[in-house]
Design a protein around this ligand. Structure first.
Ligand SMILES: [Zn+2]
Length: 308
């Protein structure tokens, strides 16, 4: 690291502490007890910001039990976080944009070297138009006959002692329970993200609830109910306030994120999914968010640990 890059990194760190609550630390989230959100990837689809694309872990009592999204770069961050494939109870892929799903096959292959035998539950959206549903996405990668990674087909059919992926698709409509057991419940609902079927996930572990809003334009009031009183709400702040056209149909501007958080009243709001261009006026965008939401705000960084 050059002196200039070090100085830039220090400036960014100080900036984050000045303008966002510092309820996070970068490094290991392994703690013998409690629930912690770890950001694996705080970036978006452009490789210009030294951030991995979207991915998050939920650590429970020292184990990484839940993985939400597996965008590009999350393979590396997963290892850096000290997470283990065999500890995962659930994987949620919010949608099939590459910045939310492209590293999933790489993580599967890594998991092939673990001692896991039990199935791995996975959930994602159903399909629409050019966007596949979860089952078609998995088949396109893993099918024994014509999958791009047919050599990993055991994950689809359970052959060769490989842990099978047990998949559930989330359709438009009410929230549905996707996994339940052992003091952990996960449900999901579709959220509006242009023409792309996308799913928000809610992870309830003991007294802690973490809601992952995914990419969405913020137009569905049902999401506010879904996120109500969460301990932590993760929202993707991708576009500027004056966004229009396709960008607006895909994403909520900062003021809308603030309104959603203001109504849902989470204990902490985590803003994520940045690119260099969406960090240009971070301070201004944070001010717009704070107009609607007066609670604690964390600006996500890769590998940051966020506690309720
Ligand atoms: Zn997206």
């Amino acid at each position: 690291m050059t002196i200039r890059t070090f100085s830039n990194a220090l400036t960014i760190l100080l900036f984050c502490c000045l303008f966002a609550a510092c309820g996070q630390s970068t490094g290991s989230c392994v703690s013998p007890s409690g629930v912690t959100l770890q950001v694996l990837g705080s970036g978006g689809p452009i490789a210009d910001d030294s951030r991995a694309s979207s991915a998050y872990l939920v650590w429970i009592d020292g184990n990484a039990r839940v993985l939400i999204d597996a965008g590009g770069g999350s393979f590396l961050r997963f290892g850096e976080a000290g997470a283990r494939f065999e500890d995962l109870e659930f994987v949620g892929l919010s949608h099939f944009h590459t910045d939310h799903s492209a590293d999933f096959p790489a993580l599967l292959k890594s998991g092939n070297f673990s001692n896991r035998e039990r199935p791995l539950p996975i959930a994602g959206p159903d399909g629409d138009g050019v966007f596949p549903g979860l089952k078609k996405f998995l088949a396109a990668m893993l099918h024994r006959n014509d999958g791009a990674y047919a050599y990993l087909s055991g994950f689809l059919d359970g052959t060769g002692g490989t842990p099978m992926l047990t998949s559930k698709e989330v359709a438009i409509g009410d929230a549905v329970i996707l996994w339940s057991g052992d003091n952990l419940t996960i449900d999901g609902m579709q959220v509006p993200h242009g023409i792309v079927p996308a799913v928000a996930f809610r992870v309830r572990a003991g007294d802690t609830t973490i809601v992952f809003g995914s990419d969405q334009n913020g137009s569905d009031p049902a999401f506010v109910e879904f996120a109500k009183d969460a301990s932590i709400l993760v929202m993707h702040m991708v576009v500027p306030e004056d966004v229009s056209g396709v960008g607006r149909r895909l994403h909520a501007p900062p003021s809308v994120i603030g309104e959603i958080a203001g109504q849902a009243k989470p204990g902490r709001l985590v803003l994520s999914h940045f690119m260099a261009r969406s960090l240009e006026d971070l301070q201004g965008n944070l001010a717009l968010v704070r107009k609607g939401y007066a609670g604690d705000v964390t600006v996500a960084e890769d590998l940051a640990c966020v506690t309720p």
